[in-house]
Design a protein. Structure first.
Length: 264
């Protein structure tokens, strides 16, 4: 796991947008796995700006989102489909037919999960998966105790996650407690993973993810098993890491090597 620590959330967003742009320039028909939540919004804004400048094009990109609430339509302001349209897709040159979000209103959600897995396979698998991090260590909506080998399926949200996301719903509004999420096994098949975490509310989950023991109690610890996972943190999210200085030293050395034309 490569751990990159940057001063502010703004720096995390710039780094992530640059990382994603490089992937697309390297392979214009990249298959991206995308995430919702407040963390990636700044990255999406930076990507929109790069598209405006002509520095990257999503014309041939295919996307799959991690998750969706079960029981609210795509038009609902809190649906993840609506979020993606508003925060990214409506502002870039992507073909919306090539963007997929799990169907939270399917008559047969179990079948919809199977079809989602198949669609990812048919697209050639995910080249780069973007992730946020729940305060309890969840990725996608894979809550603590999720099987580390799980596939796309229906998941019940923990009360903590429901409470964390309540801020997006009006008081008294129906808030789903069920979701469809890519499984941890699905996420781990992505060729590269880029996880972003900012703010001190994530510091404890970050510490467990990076330096804790591999465990379904913190699903994000599975990233320790991924050969190409990059974790990008602001200094608040990194504040509890014991080996923080070592990660910064490695990153510094990597940058020196890259500047000298040695890309490893
Ligand atoms: C939700 C999403 C996750 C996201 C998490 C953290 O639960 N399903 O994909 O990582 O929220 O959100 P935030 O970035 O708002 O802290």
């Amino acid at each position: 796991m490569q751990v990159v620590i940057l001063p502010q959330p703004f720096d995390v967003a710039q780094y992530a947008a640059d990382f994603i742009s490089k992937q697309i320039r390297h392979k214009p028909s990249s298959v991206l796995g995308l995430a919702t939540g407040s963390t990636p919004i700044a990255t999406y804004q930076a990507l929109i700006e790069l598209v405006r400048q002509g520095a990257v094009s999503f014309q041939h990109v295919h996307t799959f989102n991690l998750d969706e609430y079960l029981g609210i339509p795509a038009t609902h302001p809190q649906s993840y489909r609506h979020f993606m349209n508003e925060e990214l897709f409506n502002h870039i040159d992507i073909d919306v037919a090539r963007t997929q979000v799990p169907d939270g209103m399917s008559n047969d959600p179990i079948q919809a999960c199977t079809r989602y897995e198949q669609a990812i396979q048919d697209a050639g698998g995910i080249d780069l998966q973007l992730l946020g991090l729940g305060r309890n260590g969840h990725i996608g909506f894979n809550e603590p105790s999720s099987s580390l080998a799980s596939r796309t399926r229906i998941k019940t949200l923990t009360p903590a996650t429901v409470a964390d996301n309540a801020r997006f719903f009006a008081p008294g509004e129906f808030q789903p407690h069920l979701s469809i999420t890519m499984g941890i096994g699905t996420i781990m098949e992505a060729r590269k993973i880029l996880l972003l975490a900012t703010g001190d509310t994530k510091a404890s989950a970050v510490k467990t993810m990076v330096e804790g023991a591999l465990s379904a109690a913190c699903p994000a610890t599975i990233l320790q098993m991924h050969p190409q996972a990059t974790v990008v943190l602001d200094s608040a999210a990194a504040s509890l890491l014991e080996m923080r200085e070592f990660y910064q030293y490695i990153e510094h050395e990597n940058q020196k090597l890259q500047a000298n034309g040695r890309p490893y």
